[in-house]
Design a protein. Structure first.
Length: 446
């Protein structure tokens, strides 16, 4: 049987190609927030506002006070591989900006509804929209100097991708974490984040150590040890918590290389090796580390999300970090720290604790228990003498002894517990098996 003819090779339509490429850049709402905030930082913004609705799935708004764009630049910005950050090919090997590929805006516009409004200082504002990969014309608009980017209905053009998103709360947590990491890397920039109308972050410009303590909290600040090491081609600064202050996951290990937050395995390995003799197995140290390195000695173009790096001298970087961290932890050994005490819980005025739920043993054994609830009993199960107390009455049937069958020996197995019986004392004939109370000396059938 002859083989079917192979399909001809053809070039994909531009819209399809953009949606395929968006799968690498736009993984979830957190990726949209990360890319747009990075664009704002590269534009020289000093204040960035982020608004999330529906975990970022329904709406994301990024506002900054950066340089802004002209009408011509705004029209070119949503084209694939259009960027102002690489003037020549040689700069690709000494990248000093967060973004450089020119893929974020067209990728977002291919799977969502994107609207950009931008204005340069002393010029008029303009706006452009991209919906499902279809670009509109640039139109006049109104707005403050800077750029405002709004993303609505993420993955509306790719419904299959939207099904794989988590709950809005989970997606919002990932987006908040992405902003926290960028805020640690850029302490001189003010960040404000709102999620469904509730303010989550409000960070004013601060020094690096102050920003770390703002983001990681007072408990970390009380246990933090400074790190400052300078090598021939490396410089490591930041804060690391004492070995007694750990976490169950590595989520609070913040690594920044040349003002770029990363999750590089080489750096995480160095942190783990430096603390493995001091930290309990299964726990992770907490740190915020900043590594400054020559841009030509590191390649950031190795991961779609640019969160992993490739060092030209990987062993040297790892050894330098391990040595610096061990030195900082050795200097801080023996320094006691105390975490802020949590305020004692105080009940509201007039509140009384509910009594424990115990069954009353003064109820009549010849009838079922009354309506469930608390009632005043003169002999509580916990009292050896008659004394009023609250007791819980449940609709459990009264204790009756079974006379249906006679066990071959004293019934010790079922003594003092409820068991299913076909003929309790109060029933004249077999019926549906109710629950009855067995004793050690069951009665005989009449």
């Amino acid at each position: 049987m002859p083989l079917p003819a192979a399909p001809a090779i053809r070039i994909l339509p531009e819209t399809t190609a953009n949606r395929i490429a968006a799968g690498e850049v736009v993984e979830r709402p957190a990726a949209v927030v990360k890319e747009l905030v990075e664009n704002a930082l590269d534009a020289g913004a000093t204040r960035i506002g982020i608004t999330l609705e529906g975990g970022g799935i329904e709406r994301v708004v990024i506002e900054d006070d950066g340089h802004g764009m002209s009408a011509a630049d705004l029209d070119m910005a949503v084209e694939r591989h259009a960027t102002s950050k690489l003037e020549e090919e040689g700069l690709l090997f000494r990248i000093a900006t967060l973004g450089f590929r020119g893929e974020a805006l067209p990728s977002i516009g291919a799977v969502a509804r994107l609207t950009i409004t931008s204005r340069q200082a002393g010029a008029d504002a303009h706006a452009i929209s991209v919906e499902g990969g279809r670009k509109s014309a640039v139109t006049p608009a109104s707005g403050a100097p800077g750029t405002r980017m709004e993303v609505r209905d993420l993955f509306f053009a790719v419904p299959a991708r939207r099904k794989f998103l988590k709950t809005p709360r989970s997606e919002a947590d990932h987006a908040i974490e992405a902003v926290r990491r960028l805020a640690l890397a850029w302490p001189q920039v003010a960040f404000r984040l709102e999620n469904d109308g509730r303010e989550v972050l409000n960070l004013a410009p601060a020094e690096r150590d102050a920003r770390i303590k703002q983001v990681l909290g007072p408990d970390f600040a009380a246990a933090a040890l400074p790190i400052e090491a300078v090598g021939e081609t490396f410089q490591l600064t930041g804060l690391i918590a004492q070995p007694a202050y750990t976490r169950a996951t590595s989520a609070e290990q913040h690594l920044v290389v040349n003002r770029r937050p990363v999750k590089d395995p080489v750096l995480r390995t160095a942190l783990r090796v430096a603390t493995r003799e001091l930290v309990t197995a299964g726990r992770y140290p907490v740190a915020a580390l900043y590594l400054e390195i020559d841009p030509e000695a590191v390649d950031v173009n190795v991961h779609p999300m640019k969160t992993e790096l490739r060092f030209r001298e990987e062993a040297a970087v790892r050894g330098f970090m391990i040595s610096a961290l061990k030195k900082a932890l050795g200097v801080g050994a023996g320094i006691a720290f105390s975490t802020p005490a949590r305020p004692a819980w105080r009940p509201a005025s007039g509140w009384k604790p509910a009594p424990p739920r115990r069954h009353c043993r003064m109820a009549s054994p010849t009838r079922a228990s009354p309506k469930p609830g608390w009632h005043w009993c003169r002999r509580h199960p916990s009292r050896p003498w008659p004394r009023p107390a609250w007791a819980w009455v449940s609709p459990r049937p009264a204790r009756r002894r079974c006379r249906k069958r006679r066990p071959p020996r004293p019934n010790t197995r079922w003594a003092g517990r409820w068991a299913s019986c076909w003929r309790p004392i109060s029933w004249p004939r077999p019926a549906t098996a109710p629950w009855c109370w067995w004793t050690s000396t069951p009665r005989m059938n009449a």
